[in-house]
Write a protein that binds this ligand. Structure first.
Ligand code: CU
Length: 158
């Protein structure tokens, strides 16, 4: 299992800015390009926690005026986004954010997110750790790193 995790992390290493802290690893950080004139966006990360229970309690990114932790919940027949105070990172678990579920809401984007862009995202954890990852921006309909051409998308953007 550890080997599989390591290989997976290596495969998507170009997305990844592994935390210096040893117990928490962000193995994917991505966003969709914004559609049309949308002022808001969302980022998604996968976090592996090899340490004790903790939680994401805050996120920051310079690309947006405000960044908040969101989930989706059914409200009657309608799926709506809701802010959450924390996103739990249980010990030993992988927590994967994805469209339709947990996400990091980017409210009031400074400029649109375009496919191929990348930007830093900082996560603050309940135990005081601060982890900065590089978010890769995929297509408007991207479902995650697996369908993003990260080999061409890395490193030499202005
Ligand atoms: Cu949201």
């Amino acid at each position: 299992m550890l080997r599989a995790v390591a290989v997976f992390a290596a495969l998507i290493g170009l997305f990844t800015s592994a935390a210096l802290a040893t117990d928490i690893e962000v193995t994917a950080a991505w966003a969709r390009a914004t559609a049309g004139a949308s002022q808001n966006g969302a980022a998604y990360v996968t976090v592996t926690n090899r340490g004790p229970d903790t939680a994401i309690v805050r996120a920051n990114a310079a690309v947006a005026d405000r960044v908040s932790l969101h989930t989706h919940q059914m409200d009657g027949d309608v799926m709506r986004m809701r802010p959450v105070e924390r996103i739990d990172l249980p010990s030993g678990a992988d927590v994967t954010m994805a469209p339709g579920g947990l996400h990091i809401m980017l409210i009031g984007l400074v400029e649109p997110l375009n496919e191929g862009d990348q930007f830093p995202l900082t996560l603050e954890l309940a135990d005081g750790q601060v982890i900065t990852s590089t978010v890769m921006v995929g297509s408007v309909g991207s479902m995650g790193p697996a369908d993003m051409d990260y080999h061409n998308g890395h490193g030499d953007h202005q």
